[in-house]
Each structure stands twice: as C-alpha cells, then as structure tokens.
Design a protein around this ligand. Sequence first.
Ligand code: AMP
Length: 226
Amino acid sequence: MNIVLLGAPGAGKGTQAEKLVDAYDIAHISTGNILRAAVGAQTPLGLEAQSYMDAGELVPDSVVIGLVKERLEEEDTDKGFILDGFPRTATQAVALASELEEMGRGIDCAIAVKVAPEIIVKRLSSRRLCKACGYIGRVSDAACPVCGDKLYQRDDDKPATVKNRLEVYEKSTAPLIDYYRGADLLVEVDGEQSPGVVFEQIQVALSQGSRRKETSCRDESERAVL
Ligand code: AMP
C-alpha cells in the first residue's frame, strides 16, 4: 500500500503516519524528519535546508525531490510506504508520479487530514516533541511518556514562523488536494476529531478501497498513472 498524507502543519499527519506504519507495516517517509535530522547533523543537506526551515519556507523542490527519490530506492519501501509531508508543491507531485511510474509503482491513496486554521495555530503552539524517540506530545506533558526524555518545542512551531507555514501551505500545498481528487485517489478525513477516531476513518477508507463510491482509494491492481 502506497499512501500520500496531505494536510496543514499540525493537522496530525505525523501521528496518523505512525499509526499507519504500525498497522500496515509500511515504510514511513517524512521529509520533515529527514531534513531535521540533516540539520541536526549539520550535513551539507542540513546546512542548505536550515534557513528555509527556520523561516517556515519550503526547501527547494530539487533538493527535496532528490532525497525522496533516494529514499524510495531503499528496500523497506518495497512493502509499501507512507509519504508524510511530501509532495508539498505541484512540481513535487508531478516528479513523484513520474518517479513511481519509472519504478513500476504508483500511489494507492491520498489522504487529506482537514483541520481549521485556528485549531492548527493552537495545536502547533502547544506541540512538544521528543528528540530521542520522536514522540509527539503537548506542553502539558512533563516528559516523554514513551522513553522519559525531555520534550522540546520545534523552532518552527513558534508563533512567528507558524503564520508563514500556514500561508505557504495554503498557497503551495492545498492545491494538491484537487490534484489527487482529479486523479480519483483522494480521501478526506476530519482531523479535528481525536487521533483514534481519525485513524478509524482512515482505516475504513483504506479497507474499502474503490468498492465504495464516496472513497477513492485504489486497490493495488488498479493504480492510477497520474
Ligand atoms: P514538517 O515536519 O513536515 O512540518 O516539515 C518541516 C519543514 O521542513 C517545512 O516547514 C519545510 O521547511 C521543510 N519541508 C518538509 N517537507 C518538505 C517538502 N516536501 N518540500 C519542501 N520543504 C519541506
């Protein structure tokens, strides 16, 4: 199963991606996580990406497309993958489609997690992460409930950057919802419910595949060529 997860920053993509990875045993490809690791390690990729990320801007398409291509060549993606935070622009979506076609693969489903902007702003200001294990928590968590490490706030979750990230999302990424709708691959879920309920809805859409008219996931046998 090959899935694209769409949604504004803070819509809950990371949380849903983790649940999907556990449930379907597929590879998790989060461009944000890959870029943050590169920034942390101060690799050439990290040094190039850092200023864009600090400003809440998108890292250039050529850079991100290159790193996703490399990641898709890794063996663990053969069993399926979930793309979390990619594509974020039309150029990335088209590059992804042609790369997958070359590999004889395709997208089965694009899941859009929808949350109103005012809720996003609240969520991002209270989001806290664990550097050690990646747990996504809240400001009210004293420590990581999974590994006990300290939680921290991402620099780009601070108010000055959040506004720009949301504007960038609306301008560059939200149009991809129509792109995947046009390809008959889109499933929309209400991301304002609890993570468990959102996940149940996603599972229903994935299990019913193309058998229901109101959902548009594909069975692997009838993958679309975008
Ligand atoms: P995320 O963790 O997905 O919210 O991503 C954090 C930041 O990484 C974004 O604000 C961008 O600066 C950068 N980034 C992540 N994914 C992409 C992408 N597909 N295209 C461009 N920049 C990205």
